[in-house]
Design a protein around this ligand. Structure first.
Ligand code: NDP
Ligand code: MG
Length: 384
């Protein structure tokens, strides 16, 4: 039996992961499940999968979790520290599906104990990519992409020599405002922004899809995962979300990964890797699909894409600042304190301020430095 832990088990990716594990329960022993607010789901899954430990990040939720699991023999814990500590438990495979930079520490602990890390939490690589990849190499830990575009690239690269790669093209659905005018985007509400045309995902990544901050994070994630140069990474809008990514090689071949918009494909690939096993996603009917279309991702409409290139060119703590400023600006948008387009304006302003203050560049990044840059960026966004 493979020992598995799922961080962010109550979320969209976490639930899809448990769906796959639940279809083959004899193959897995669930060690840790974590959540935040959704204690009912966490307790229900902890009982169903007979987890050893259930952890909520919210200290105030500990009594509720304890009540919900009383008599089960399942250990309970609460707080960010308890989540990080849970990741030090020996485990074969860890799903990193917490949303936000809160996923960084548990992912690092999982890597340090040599677990295979299935990484949905792209924030980990955006904020601290070089550090995380170096720790994984030191510990001999494997990191497998779960983000659909990166899983697609990873699959297209299997058996290939990375030196023969000319370009990596990641696709974007265009999100909620694909066909909206700039005026409509300026006036957009959180409800409008949290409606995705193709994918069912958590609220925050859905809004990030509409602003293309999600794609901006994914450009940086691609750079960290595959070591390609920023200028080799392209973004194209593909409204049907059937091709997730393409890899272009020196001989002119362009390998496209086609799949239904169902995260269980990418999760299953990371769960079963290096083998392929049956995954119950919809089989695509090419004739019924009829066509696949592509359009340019307009930098004017999507400043996040331009900012991602700036962040990659700057290096250092620019990724940590970019991610944190985005997370805080998103909080403000969801709370209706700022408009949809103000998110990018604030993120850019914070990058400019912190670069001018000399806080972004220089030397190898450290974990303390990442956490400090993250905190400062959040404070600056809120203070504007
Ligand atoms: P959800 O919002 O659906 O789930 C987030 C999970 O994290 C929940 O378990 C939530 O707990 C928990 N959580 C929230 N805040 C904290 C915190 N501060 N500390 C610890 N746990 C916390 O998100 P998604 O599943 O959509 O996304 C998860 C990650 O995967 C993100 O990094 C996202 O970018 C990435 N991803 C998601 C995709 C998708 O299809 N959904 C696709 C590609 C990447 P609770 O619900 O109990 O409050
Ligand atoms: Mg993605």
């Amino acid at each position: 039996m493979r020992k598995v832990s799922i961080f962010g088990a109550t979320g969209s990716i976490g639930q899809s992961t448990l769906d796959l594990i639940g279809r083959n329960p004899d193959a897995y022993a669930v060690e840790v499940l974590t959540g935040a607010q959704n204690i009912t789901q966490l307790a229900q899954d902890a009982r169903r999968f007979n987890a050893k430990l259930a952890v909520t990040s919210e200290a105030a939720m500990l009594p509720a979790l304890r009540d919900a699991l009383s008599g089960s023999g399942i250990e309970v814990a609460a707080g960010a520290g308890a989540i990080a500590e849970a990741a030090t438990r020996p485990t074969d495979w860890v799903m990193s599906a917490i949303v936000g930079v809160a996923g960084l520490m548990p992912g690092l602990h999982a890597i340090r104990q040599g677990a295979t890390l299935a990484l949905a939490n792209k924030e980990t690589l955006v904020a601290a990519g070089p550090l995380v990849m170096a720790e994984a190499a030191d510990a001999g830990a494997v990191i497998l992409p779960v983000d659909s575009e990166h899983s697609a690239v990873f699959q297209a690269l299997t058996g290939e020599d990375i030196d023969t790669v000319e370009r990596v093209v990641i696709t974007a659905s265009g999100g909620a405002f694909r066909d909206a005018t700039l005026e409509q985007m300026a006036a957009a509400t959180p409800e409008q922004a949290a409606t995705h045309p193709n994918w069912a995902m958590g609220q925050r990544i859905t809004v990030d899809s509409a602003s293309m901050f999600n794609k901006a994070l994914e450009m940086i994630e691609a750079r960290e995962f595959f070591g390609v140069a920023p200028e080799q990474i392209e973004v194209v809008i593909h409204p049907e979300s059937l091709i997730h990514a393409l890899v272009g090689f020196t001989d002119g071949a362009l390998m496209a990964h086609v799949g239904p918009p169902d995260m269980r494909h990418a999760i299953g690939y990371a769960l079963h890797w290096p083998a392929r096993q049956h995954v119950p996603v919809q089989r695509l009917d090419l004739v019924a699909m009829g066509q696949m279309t592509f359009r340019a991702a307009d930098a004017q409409r999507y400043p996040a894409l331009r900012l991602a290139r700036q962040v990659m060119a700057t290096g250092g703590y620019a990724g940590a600042v970019f991610n944190a400023a985005k997370e805080r600006a998103l909080d403000l948008f969801l709370a209706r304190n700022i408009g949809f387009l103000d998110m990018a304006t604030r993120v850019e302003a914070v990058l400019t301020q912190m670069d001018a203050a000399g806080s972004l560049r220089g030397g190898a990044i450290t974990l303390d430095g990442v956490l400090a840059a993250d905190a400062e960026a959040r404070a600056r966004v809120a203070a504007m």
